[in-house]
Design a protein around this ligand. Structure first.
Ligand code: MUC
Ligand code: MG
Length: 367
């Protein structure tokens, strides 16, 4: 099981429906396919989505850090050396998506080598998750039409509404239109990607108080330290920290400092090993978690659902598992399907990621 080679392959697949949110916009999935090959013929696979507006990584930086810094340090180690591998990776600061993809590819190798599904190795709580769909910026009527289409086509009944636009009234109106169109049974929550000031965010919470929202996420920057604490103290909703609290120390700081009351876990930035650390920390602190989406493709989504379904506390709420629906294509030989509002963990050894070679040849950017 010795690591013999590490590949970081840039690929690009356009979005049929670009996603716009307060901190950025995505038109093309310019991700990196990460593959770790072992000397006994196994290949672990994962994908790294660069999010420069959130963590500073780009497609080029992910390829470079894996190829030049991480791969040479991993060669010769085995998939069982995960703690040693992490000690090596942590010598380089930042680069969360690159590190996470390497971690998940190693777990894929472990699962294949044992002949067991990764989701079972992680915890095996259930075999599926309810799906939450992210509705990006658009005029209110288009956001309603999008949510209705996703509900009617896939049976999804939980929606995360992207907010954080100025003036904030347009987002309040969009939430109201969604609640009126979708009815009281549908779950709605909002994510501001740090777009508002703490005081505007407080006004929004007041003006949406009758809409029965489930959560509020990153409505203002965590760096607005006192404003954010005041907002969270007054919030009638659990307040999710997403990009402001990714590593265990950040999660601890934000929760104990009163700047968040719930945590978003994204395997795209903390892999399985780091996500499990965050999850167990949250369980210990009595804090709820939501499985978030780093605007993942199908490979990343398969990783998210494998992790989310593995634990009771990460599968309690609907997971954000549907952004791939807006991509024109993907690399998986057998595409993911959302049915009755749920996504199932893929059966079989490892993560069950089978790449279509023709699609990879078509979308890779390095040849
Ligand atoms: C989210 O929950 O914020 C947008 C930017 C990012 O890094 O993730 C997405 C979704
Ligand atoms: Mg978010």
């Amino acid at each position: 099981m010795k690591i013999a080679a590490v590949e970081a392959i840039p690929f690009a697949i356009p979005y049929t429906k670009p996603l716009a949110f307060a901190s950025g916009e995505v038109h093309t999935a310019d991700h990196v396919l990460v593959r770790i090959h072992t000397d006994d013929g196994l290949t672990g696979t994962a994908e790294a989505p660069p999010r420069p507006y959130t963590y500073g990584e780009t497609q080029e930086s992910i390829v470079a850090v894996i190829g030049k810094v991480f791969a040479p340090q991993l060669l010769g180690r085995t998939a069982l050396d995960r703690e040693a591998v992490h000690a090596v990776l942590e010598r380089t600061v930042g680069n969360p998506a690159a590190k996470a993809a390497l971690d998940m590819a190693l777990w894929d190798i472990l699962g294949q080598s044992a002949g067991l599904p990764v989701s079972g190795l992680l915890g095996g709580y259930t075999d599926r998750m309810r799906v939450s769909h992210m509705v990006g910026f658009a005029p209110a009527d288009a956001m309603v039409a999008e949510a209705e289409r996703i509900r009617d086509t896939y049976g999804v009944t939980t929606f995360k509404v992207k907010v954080g636009r100025e003036p904030y009234g347009q987002d309040v109106a969009a939430c109201r239109a969604l609640r009126e169109a979708l009815g009281p049974a549908v779950e709605l929550y909002i994510d501001g990607n740090r777009g508002w000031s703490a005081s505007d965010a407080a006004r929004v919470l007041e003006e949406t108080a009758d809409l029965g929202l489930l959560f509020a996420e990153e409505l203002c920057p965590a760096d607005d330290v006192l404003g954010r604490r005041r907002l969270v103290a007054r919030s009638p909703l659990p307040f999710i920290a997403d990009e402001s609290a990714t590593r265990p120390a950040e999660v601890t700081r934000e929760l104990l400092g009163g700047s968040a009351t719930a945590i978003s876990i994204k395997t795209a930035r903390t892999g399985f090993t780091g996500s499990q650390r965050v999850l167990h920390l949250c369980e210990g602190l009595g804090t709820e978690v939501v499985m978030g989406n780093q605007i993942d493709g199908q490979i990343g989504t398969l990783c998210s659902v494998a992790f989310g379904a593995a634990h009771r506390s990460s599968s309690r709420y609907a997971g954000e598992l549907s952004n791939f629906l807006d991509m024109a294509d993907d690399l998986l030989a057998e595409p993911l399907t959302i049915e009755s509002g749920t996504l199932r963990v893929r059966e079989g050894a490892g993560l069950g990621i089978d790449i279509d070679p023709g699609k990879l040849a078509r979308y890779r950017q390095d040849r």
